[in-house]
Design a binder for this molecule. Structure first.
Ligand code: 5AD
Ligand code: SF4
Length: 454
């Protein structure tokens, strides 16, 4: 009998991307083969996001399309994983009876066992406060036929913790990912070593709130004295690792010790995503963010003192309930003050179960759209100004993709660079010297220096 094939569609954040890789590996170990064509698959997994209403609607409409595919191919199995699965549980099967399995965020490691028992339409969405993320060593030996999720990579995500205890008033994550759970230091280091031994050059440490690594709900014996900064230092000395990044951080927990790592840990890339969400103290307080604009700006100044070339990015929400014109002006003035290299900005979206969904003074949709447009236009102009400062300078660029006639890489600051003047057969992960010759809002163009100029 030929091997069964699977297709995974991932929505949302890097945490979901990493979870999809884990599910792909587990399926591979059970003899499934990954396909890039969902029409050919025996099993389709939607790994879902519920951060904003739109993300959830996308999943629901795709499930509608899959209903027809299942009619054509009744043997097809459909699994919903991730944050929508966690939040909606058995309601998904009630609304979408063609779904075979609903699997919550803490249950992905049970995937293959659950697939063996599909007759009873399993719905597994228990969240537990003492959940332990199991040790997991990535298998990077799979051949090229094991497409997307298991091709030998040069950069990888490594999950160090999961969940969130912050309860920002707008956010669904504490309900979809549960309480903060830190992985054991030894498990993380074993995984990091195995990645580097397999040829990985760049690791991004992942967690919803990495700054509180080891502080809460520590379910292991050896994380007790390890702060996130300690963990970062321990990973950074793995021989062969060339670039280290991490995400995401809450400004309130950003310690001086961690900020100092930007000055002291050479392979830590000068790039930092520090979500602020609003420039207004009144809105920050309604958001339950537990820091002020002033404290945030102090952290920004400290980061720039430790690593002057650091590229800062942020997340911003516009149109939070009760946001006045004045509050929005405060957001715009924060953007002017910080001059972010880039940002992700969103219109506030009501999420069921969150505190802010019960606030009464909601902002009109059209006004939210206007504010988003104004914010994004100004951010684009600032990003372009930053990028223009790179023109004429030379940077080490790590090659990411080599396709016909085009080579793309990234600087340490995480800027995308299109390399114009070479057809060399570079391998992803190689680092080359590139002089920047043109700046756009969202990417740079550069030319490779001759070997003797490097
Ligand atoms: N509405 C809009 N944006 C949100 N985010 C989180 N929850 C919401 C919401 N209810 C944004 C925040 C967060 C990013 C991942 O998504 O900016 O940092
Ligand atoms: Fe979306 Fe948050 Fe879940 Fe990531 S953790 S998939 S961003 S809801």
């Amino acid at each position: 009998m030929p091997n069964k094939s699977f297709f995974i569609k991932t929505f949302g954040c890097q945490m979901n991307e990493r979870d999809s890789e884990i599910m792909a590996q587990l399926l591979g170990e059970r003899g499934y083969v990954e396909t890039g064509d969902s029409d050919q698959a025996d099993l389709i997994i939607l790994n879902t996001c519920s951060i904003r209403a739109k993300a959830e609607q996308k999943v629901m409409s795709l499930l509608g399309v899959l209903r027809k595919q299942k009619k054509r191919n009744p043997g097809l199995k459909i699994c919903v994983a991730g944050c929508v699965a966690q939040r909606e549980g058995k309601q998904i099967i009630e609304r979408m009876p063609h779904v075979d399995l609903v699997i919550g965020t803490q249950s992905i490691y049970q995937l293959t066992d659950l697939l063996d028992n599909l007759e009873d339409r399993p719905v597994v969405t228990m969240l537990s406060d003492d959940y332990q993320i199991p040790p997991f060593i990535p298998d990077l030996t799979a051949g090229p036929e094991q497409k997307q999720h298991s091709a030998v990579p040069f950069k990888k995500f490594l999950t160090i913790m999961q969940g969130c205890n912050n309860y920002c008033s707008y956010c669904v994550v504490p309900f979809t990912r549960g309480r903060e759970i830190s992985r054991k230091v030894s498990h993380i280091l074993d995984e990091a070593h195995s990645l580097v031994e397999a040829g990985v050059k760049e690791i991004t440490l992942l967690g919803q709130n990495v700054n509180s690594y080891g502080k809460t709900n520590v379910v292991s014996d050896d994380t007790d004295d390890y702060s996130f900064a300690d963990l970062l230092r321990a990973v950074s000395v793995i021989p062969g690792l060339q670039r280290l990044r991490f995400t995401t951080s809450n400004p309130k927990d950003l310690s001086d010790d961690l900020m100092r790592c930007f000055a002291e840990v050479e392979i830590l890339c000068p790039q930092f995503h520090l979500p602020v969400q609003s420039g207004s103290n009144r809105i920050l307080s309604l958001m339950n963010r537990k820091y002020s604009r002033e404290l945030y700006l102090e952290k920004v100044a400290a980061l720039r003192a430790y690593r002057p070339e650091i590229a800062l990015t942020t997340d911003m929400i516009v149109g939070f309930p009760g946001e006045t014109d004045h509050d929005f002006e405060e957001t715009m003035s924060l953007l002017e003050e910080v001059q972010y290299h880039g940002s992700f900005s969103f219109k506030y979206s009501d999420r069921p179960g969150t505190r802010s969904s019960e606030f009464t003074d909601k902002v009109d949709e059209a006004l939210k759209s206007d504010r988003l447009r104004i914010f994004q236009a100004r951010q684009d102009a600032i990003s372009l100004q930053h990028n223009e400062r790179y023109v004429g300078r030379t940077f080490p660029v790590m090659i990411e993709k080599v396709a016909q006639g085009s080579i793309v890489g990234r600087t340490k600051t995480n800027h995308l660079v299109h390399i114009a003047n070479t057809f060399n057969n570079f391998l992803p992960g190689e680092i080359v010297s590139v002089r920047i010759i043109h700046a756009g809002q969202h990417s740079l163009r550069g030319e490779l220096l001759d070997q003797d100029q490097q």
